[in-house]
Ligand binder design. Structure first.
Ligand code: CP
Ligand code: NVA
Length: 306
């Protein structure tokens, strides 16, 4: 495994290894309060074209826990393809750092970073996908149920970056993925073709009706209706997604044992109700913490040879 750009780039065995290492490092840290400093003297460059709390802090803290350092670079300063071309940024950072994590608008920027870098490149979210989030989600689901295979995850909302990565991850781990989106916000046919070609084992179901979509769900997932970069469409989206809120009424249709996840930031009263977010079925804050533990596992594998 050289880079981590998309879940579909990796086999189930590779992804399984990432989850196992993440779980091991989490256990070690919880039990002893520390991890082995395998990254002493190593640096991860982190470029952000968009805001971030979890991704930024989890990578920085993961590097600190493993004895290294995360260097935060705002895109106002780096200017990917503006101040200098992506390939030069990739080469310069490869000469000085041991890894690159980037959060970009266009997905092809992360692909070009990976093409020209000689150190590992990690996708910290693009308009297209959010693989680190989806892996932390799978880690959380597995912690809760003790397994993944055969489980059903229903994504209620926008078929966005998080949904694409989760669909790929569900396929790799033998889970059914149900997408419940209003007309115009489901996966495009190109998206669907691409996912089914890359992850042909995926059990993928489209269900327009939110209530029908959660009837067999072990996991109900949602995300904002207005992703970063879509702010100008906010009013239209809020109106188009009417009826797709994950609230107590919707959860009353889901099996009693179903849990709720959300990558955060959450917009209470829009895609998720306060009561569900704060309620007993919510794994949302465990999920947020697992961003740190998954990041550690990922960095340990990509940069530490674990
Ligand atoms: N879930 C997530 O990626 O959060 P941030 O945008 O705060 O990094
Ligand atoms: N879909 C959201 C995820 C935020 C972590 C966005 O792209 O803004």
């Amino acid at each position: 495994m050289k880079h981590f750009i998309s879940i579909a780039d990796h086999t189930t065995q590779e992804l399984r290894h990432l989850l196992d290492i993440a779980r091991r490092l989490k256990k070690q840290h919880k039990e002893t309060g520390r991890n082995d400093p395998i990254f002493a003297g190593k640096t991860l460059a982190m470029i952000f074209e968009k805001p971030s709390l979890r991704t930024r802090v989890s990578f920085a803290v993961a590097m600190a826990h493993l004895g290294g350092e995360g260097l935060i670079l705002r895109d106002e300063e780096v200017g990917l393809d503006v101040r200098e071309p992506v390939q030069d940024v990739a080469r310069v950072l490869s000469g000085m750092c041991d890894g690159i994590m980037a959060r970009t608008f266009q997905h092809d920027k992360i692909e070009r970073l990976a093409k020209y870098a000689s150190v590992p490149v990690i996708n910290g979210l693009t308009d297209h996908s959010h693989p680190c989030q989806a892996m932390a989600d799978l880690m959380t689901i597995e912690e809760h149920f003790g397994d993944l295979k055969g489980r059903t995850l229903t994504f209620v909302g926008d078929a966005n970056n998080v949904a694409r990565s989760l669909a790929e991850g569900c396929g790799r781990f033998g889970m059914r993925f149900i997408m419940a989106a209003p007309a115009g916000y489901e996966f495009s046919s190109e998206d669907e073709d691409r996912i089914m070609t890359a992850v042909p084992e995926l059990d993928f179901v489209v269900e327009r009706n939110p209530e029908e979509s959660v009837r067999e769900a072990d996991v109900v997932c949602t995300d904002t209706w207005v992703s970063m970069g879509q702010e100008s469409q906010k009013q239209k989206r809020l109106s188009d997604f009417h009826g797709y809120i994950v609230d107590e009424r919707l959860m009353s249709v889901a099996p009693k044992h179903a849990v709720v996840i959300h990558c955060l930031p959450a917009y209470r009263g829009y895609e998720i109700s306060e009561a569900v977010l704060e309620g007993p079925q919510s794994l949302v804050y465990q999920e947020a913490e697992n961003r740190l533990h998954f990041q550690k596992g990922l960095l340990a594998v990509l940069m530490g040879g674990l």
